[in-house]
Design a protein around this ligand. Sequence first.
Ligand code: BGC
Length: 732
Amino acid sequence: MTKEKIEELISQLTLQEIIDMIHGNGCFCTKGVERLGIPPFVTSDGPRGVRKDFENDAFKELGLSYDYVSYLPCNTALAATWNRELAYATGKLLGKEARGRGKDMILAPGINIMRTPLCGRSFEYMGEDPYLVSEMVVPVVQGIEENDVSSCVKHFAVNNQETRRLDVDVEVSERALRELYLPGFEAAVKKGKAKGVMGAYNKLRGMHCCHNDYLLIDILRKEWGFEGITVSDWGGVHDTEEALMNGIDMEMSVTNNYDSYYMANPLLELIESGAVEQKTAYAKIDEKVRHILHVMNELHMLDGKRKSGTYNDYQDKAVLRQTARESVVLLKNNNHILPLDKKKIKKLLVVGENANRQHAPGGGSAEIKALYEITPLMGLHMLLGGNTQIEYQPGYFNDDIGNIWANTGESENGQADSLNQDGEKAQSLPSTESKDQSEEKLKHQKEMNEKYLKEALEAAKDADAVIYVGGLTHDYDTEGQDRNDMKLPYEQDRLISELLKVRPDTVVTLVAGSPVDMAAWIDSADTLVYSWYAGMEGGIALAEVLFGDVNPSGHLPESFPVTESDCPAVVLGEFPGGDQVTYGEDIFVGYRYYDTYDVPTAFPFGYGLSYTDFVMTGIRAEVLEDTADHKSVKVSFDISNIGDMAGAAVAQVYVADKYPKVKKADKELKAFEKLYLEPGETREVALILEKDAFSYFDEESHSFQADAGSYMIMLAKNADEVVDVTEVEFTS
Ligand code: BGC
């Protein structure tokens, strides 16, 4: 349909019809206009797959037998692969399933920057670095949208904590906003051509992000040329006039009083009352519906030529398995304990409740009704088969104490309750130790932990190998709440320490969506494997890594601080703050802080080991272009696999300004490449760095600047391990 045809359609719409198209008329959809052949617009969560179906008027599960779907690795897992092709394949699968389930827009991906390790929704996002996020989000968006389904990149912007998420007011410098918090969104819009963006719940500089003209009009539309739909987060609109004027196209919420939504009758009344200048008001609502029709047109919703999608295609499981495999991060492997040898292990002990736990149904709106989920315990059974005897001991007692979301499961309108508009619940942080447990429950928990600990230690004595699988659950990695601290729950520190005393060769594996404090036992552990909520194939992928069928190649997409009090948001800024949170750490988030301020981490950004060894050397840089507007540098180096196992390395290129005019981080990631190498293989790699690689946001000129001068270009294995350096000089 041409632009003229869309305009013609708009001219035929009544004011009421437009209003109906721009606000929710169900938990996840808006109304269409049947007489003009405009269908309703149907959305669905979310980043880890297509969410189950709910009643139209309440977040009450329908209980269908046919809305089981593929459960995808969470975004942190995807980011840990550092593999753009897998990001594309994963996005493609998500879009195909969304379309297969009849959706028009999938409320994904989530890309908020991990400002603190305690953010409850970290697992839905892609880590702490804007370059890594940008590189991964573009292929995800492209993959999704190839299926005639819109993505909805969320949450725009600075939605970096769950505490008081509905109205916390973020104060952040323009530079930090531009350098850290916006680039992922900009890449998704400009390069990925995302058709949807979701406004965040929180405020930015005093104004709610869902009707924040600076974000939604000045930046998104005017600067980035976004032509798609801006959707509010569910319940994120708070003012009718601002919603009309400030760039939000579609108001969604969690209650079923649709006519009372800010962009429903109140908007109609506002326009009809003449309180807003008529011409402006009509132009504004036409603009909103124009964006919606534009996207509908692009998705072939208006011309009968739309792809149909499918879901649960068995061939797609290979993509999910591969993403899960490549997301596993090997953090420690002293004495080459890993990989374990299948032939030598006749009796295997698996300790830890996460070995036996399915995570798909938790986490908040990212919950998934998975067709299946292979737990680590099942994966080990599947891989080892009949010749190995596997004993499982829970080791600790997880009594499913639940969280805001879990506790609303039985409710008539769960998601609405989870928001708890009075803000009280949303403000109370869960404690890793007790939450709301009664003393009796606590006593029971202690007794059970004691019992399980004893049983696990006893069993460990005569096993050929011991694998520990602990970590977090969605009681902690969850929407609606941040963690109080980084401690492992359920007395796991004690269990791991005791286990390591009995069996120093215990393979320690953690399943979690964010970093945990490991100080209590990390020095005594020879091994540490980090697996995220890695999707339906996660358990088998982990088993394959532990037994060497797969060589691990995941790298951390975020720094793992020793403890939460080391985190820059706490040291230099505010977290969780009060009604207002000042991002005093400015651009010094994640490794930009740990590096520059010499603060040791447990594991640095970009870290990840392999069963083979890689040598990266010979970095050289050639300036191809050096004008005020364009800069381009060709960076080349060699990489060899000097071990005896095929594997993948992630070569990371960081840039540092030698004599910066403004304070800058010691180095910033500006390029990376994941490379698969056979044993003994060497490859020459060439990457191009453009002007952005040398730019910072200059608040005075309100623009990105790449100053003339010398820059160091560093080849690194991770943010803490630079292996080779060269320099370039720009004269203009
Ligand atoms: C979440 C969004 C989600 C929406 C719809 C909100 O609570 O913040 O990420 O897409 O609900 O379920």
